[in-house]
Design a protein around this ligand. Structure first.
Ligand SMILES: Nc1ncnc2c1ncn2[C@@H]1O[C@H](COP(=O)(O)OP(=O)(O)OP(=O)(O)O)[C@@H](O)[C@H]1O
Ligand SMILES: [Mg+2]
Length: 282
């Protein structure tokens, strides 16, 4: 179920003095089973791009295809899009609105022809995945939680549907380190289970660890698109564009400058540890 953007451009408030062209002729295909990270400076168009990919905005020019079908065609079945593509917004807390956690998490299941038991099992599973005790939270108001907890609740609502394609906009911002770790591990599991993941993040170390491919936007255009090891190896290019390649890359570079021969593709924490441990006298 690939999503393809073909020469997509987007302008906010076109024809007004406030017109802002956020994306310029972006072409991008995300194929089944990929885990793609999107990076770029603030305001470069990342959120706009995923909203177009999820059909929440309509391109000013160009097309978006899901499984080869133009999602902005009049006859396209929008329900299919909602079931297949799950979106966690930049501030997912604003997605919460129901009176109880259980109802809120179940909201996306409304249009699915699943039995009541199957729906409840999906809600329980998603809440447990996000670190909640289902029985303890099910009847509470979603508004009586902290910011980070609300974020986890909102993500549970998206995961309950088990979309084939999961799009996330800075999902780990505002989570404490343990929740961040747990969430990234959950994403890894879902991805290994066959979910395609498209995730915006400024966290280069997380993307190096989990994403196989990195797309970088610059002023509304594609700046880089390639395997994570390749994109993160270009320290200079990233720095020029104001993007940090992460602490692991930083450390690798420093060690290199001191004469350590560390292979180019070293971008993950575990890889770097192996390199260092391998040189340590036993
Ligand atoms: N609702 C809007 N109305 C007008 N202009 C907008 C709107 N939303 C975004 N823009 C403009 O479009 C450009 C891209 O915005 P976008 O939100 O996609 O950036 P981003 O890469 O997600 O940034 P961030 O990292 O801060 O989330 C920006 O220059 C922004 O000013
Ligand atoms: Mg954004």
């Amino acid at each position: 179920m690939p999503i393809e953007l073909r020469e997509v451009s987007y302008t906010y408030a076109p024809g007004t003095p406030y017109a802002a062209q956020a994306l310029k002729k972006i072409s991008l295909i995300v194929r089944d089973g990929e885990f793609v990270g999107i990076m770029g400076r603030t305001g470069c168009g990342k959120s706009t791009l995923i909203q177009l990919a999820a059909g929440l905005l309509t391109p000013s020019a160009g097309q978006v295809f899901l499984d080869g079908e133009d999602i902005n065609e009049r006859h396209f079945d929008r329900n299919r899009l909602r079931q297949k593509v799950g979106v966690v917004f930049q501030f997912p807390e604003i997605q919460l609105f129901e009176t109880t956690v259980e109802k809120d998490t179940a909201f996306g299941l409304k249009y699915l022809d699943w039995s009541g038991e199957k729906k409840q099992a999906a809600v329980r599973r998603a809440l447990e995945w996000m670190g909640f005790d289902f029985e303890a939270v099910r009847n509470r108001s979603p508004f009586g939680f902290s910011g980070g907890e609300k974020r986890r609740l909102a993500i549970a609502g998206v995961l309950a549907v088990m979309p084939k394609f999961l799009i996330l906009d800075e999902p780990t911002a505002g989570l404490d380190p343990l929740s961040r770790e747990a969430f990234l591990e959950l994403l890894r599991k879902l991805h290994q289970g066959g979910m395609t993941v498209l995730m915006i993040s400024h966290d280069a170390d997380a993307l190096a660890e989990y994403a196989g491919r990195i797309v970088i936007l610059k002023e509304g255009m594609l700046f880089r698109d390639g395997p994570a090891a390749e994109v993160f190896s270009d320290q200079e290019g990233l720095k020029e564009n104001g993007i940090s390649a992460g602490q692991v890359r930083e450390m690798t570079e420093r060690l290199r400058r001191r004469g350590w021969e560390i292979p180019c593709g070293t971008i993950r924490y575990g890889q770097l540890l192996e390199e260092i441990a391998g040189r340590w006298p036993r």
